[in-house]
Design a protein around this ligand. Structure first.
Ligand code: PNW
Length: 484
């Protein structure tokens, strides 16, 4: 419940709204010259997506951006976070490949439409959809030397063409999920892992760390370009968004579980966070476990990466109980040799189940995580994703549209973040809920509904039905954000 004592706690220039990603919402997968991304390839490979669906149409936001912006305005948002599809802008991806003007025009129109409605755009350059042509040409991010000039060129085109109006840039969305799901588990594009039942190629023990290194270094080069050539005139800010759930010791009194929980946070978050915000290097706990399988930063890379983000972009959904293991780490372990559990030693559950196997409502960990990030890194935090699915959302009935489960999730998390500002002095500047409408949830297809808007995927126009959570969020921020 909205507590009155939190009224006016958030800064008056606090941004709130919804986040989306190009592949998950746009559709028009080959429209107007768009090139193929690794997610188009993945989804068009039989057996890869749970419901056999593709993002060919998704929610057709490529065609319906005007009515979508009108709905966002009705929801009262002050910001909207979306991602650019690299292969829509440069179909073959490379620095010497042609630009697709029609693709750029779409994003330019979307930005104009948002601004005309008083909504501030937050733009992500990369939300997992590597151009397939670069994957074919040199293996995408596995080849850092070939990849960097292509990514930096793509970033330059975006700054040049949209930076007069876009003032909030995010280079990468969740580099850790891209590497772990795509190269360790092999359940996301580009579908590589050591598991030969699932993937023909890949090495889960090395590739995720190579790709992670490429993401960090290419991020830093794009930021360097922005700072040197664009920031002074365009006056925007630029950073990276990291994922991270809260890790709580399974037995709070066992020092081994306390260490294991911290190690889990380091493997999940500090893998990217420490190089960017703290040391210019990977955490010692990762080096100790992974040895030479973890790449080394050259002196030049380290200098470039440290300080390469104006803010901490934070995506978080849930919390886990972490228990230490007494056995040595498996070669394909990426979590710090721990066990992740749903209940702690006392039998307390981490929270009620959603419709997504890893996600449970656990706002108690959100405030702890905000504090951990703030203490460790000390830069302003922009919450760029947070949200949930709910069981049984299969038709736009009155009960489904009155989405109690999602409402309780948002009340819990938004109260937790506002309390972290008020009681703990954490500097939080934005909140983007995931997500605006039900959409194509990657390998889960259309089965996992994260939207505050129900979408009838059977209808030709992907008809939208607002859920009540959209208006609850609006009321909460209406109270919690300070007025002039
Ligand atoms: C994020 N985890 O991915 C992505 O940025 C979105 O595109 C996605 O739709 C959303 O969360 C919901 O899944 C995550 O296991 C995937 O902790 C997995 C995790 C976290 C984030």
């Amino acid at each position: 419940m909205a507590s009155d004592s939190l009224e006016g706690v958030l800064r008056k220039d606090f941004f709130w709204g919804y986040a989306t990603a190009a592949t998950q919402v746009e559709g028009g997968w080959n429209a107007d010259g768009k090139g193929v991304s690794i997610w188009d390839t993945f989804a068009h490979t039989p057996g890869k997506v749970k419901d056999g669906s593709t993002p060919d149409e998704a929610v057709l936001s490529y065609y319906q951006y005007k009515s979508d912006v009108a709905l966002l305005k009705q929801y009262g948002v002050t910001g909207y976070r979306f991602s650019l599809s690299w292969s829509r802008i440069i179909p073959l991806g490379g620095a010497n490949d042609p630009i697709n003007e029609a693709g750029l025009q779409y994003y330019s129109n979307l930005v104009d439409e948002l601004l005309a409605n008083g909504i501030t755009p937050f733009v992500t350059l990369f939300h997992w959809d590597t151009p397939q042509a670069l994957e074919d040409r040199y293996g995408g991010m596995l080849d850092m030397k070939s990849y960097i000039p292509d990514f930096v060129n793509y970033a330059r085109v975006c700054f040049e063409r949209l930076g007069d109006r876009v003032k909030n840039w995010i280079t990468y969305n969740e580099p850790g999920v891209y590497t772990l799901a795509g190269y360790a588990a092999g359940v996301h594009a580009p579908a590589r892992s050591s598991n030969r039942d699932l993937n023909e190629i890949g090495d889960s023990s090395t590739e995720p760390f190579i790709v992670g290194h490429t993401e960090l270094v290419s991020h830093a080069y794009a930021v360097q370009l922005y700072r040197e050539k664009f920031q002074e005139t365009q006056k925007g800010s630029i950073g990276i968004t990291l994922h991270g759930n809260w890790s709580e010791p399974w037995d709070e009194d066992d020092p081994l579980d306390q260490e294991a929980a911290e190690r889990a946070r380091e493997f999940e978050i500090a893998w990217y966070g420490d190089p960017v915000y703290k040391t210019g290097d990977y955490p010692a706990s990762m080096r100790a476990q992974l040895g030479d399988r973890l790449p080394k930063f050259t002196a030049e890379e380290s200098k470039l990466v440290l300080g390469s983000s104006d803010f901490y972009g934070m995506n978080s959904y849930t919390s886990f109980y972490i228990r230490h293991l007494d056995t040595p780490p498996h070669i394909d372990d990426h979590s710090g040799n721990v066990e992740k559990l749903d209940t702690n030693k006392k039998g307390v559950s981490r929270g009620p189940e959603s419709d997504t196997y890893w996600l449970r409502t656990s706002p108690w960990g959100f405030r702890k995580l905000l504090n951990w990030i703030w203490k460790r890194y000390g830069v302003p935090i922009y919450i760029t994703e947070n949200g949930t699915t709910a069981k049984g959302e299969t038709a736009p009935t009155e009960e489904v549209l009155n989405d109690r489960f999602r409402i309780e999730f948002f009340e819990g998390y938004i109260n937790a973040l506002t309390t972290a500002v008020k009681e703990d002095g954490v500097d939080i500047r934005s909140y983007f809920a995931w997500t605006f409408t039900d959409n194509w949830e990657w390998a889960a297809g259309y089965s996992d509904r994260f939207g505050v808007t129900y979408v009838d995927f059977e209808s030709k126009e992907k008809k939208r039905y607002p859920k009540r959570s959209a208006f609850v969020i609006k009321d909460l921020f209406g109270k919690y954000i300070a007025k002039d």
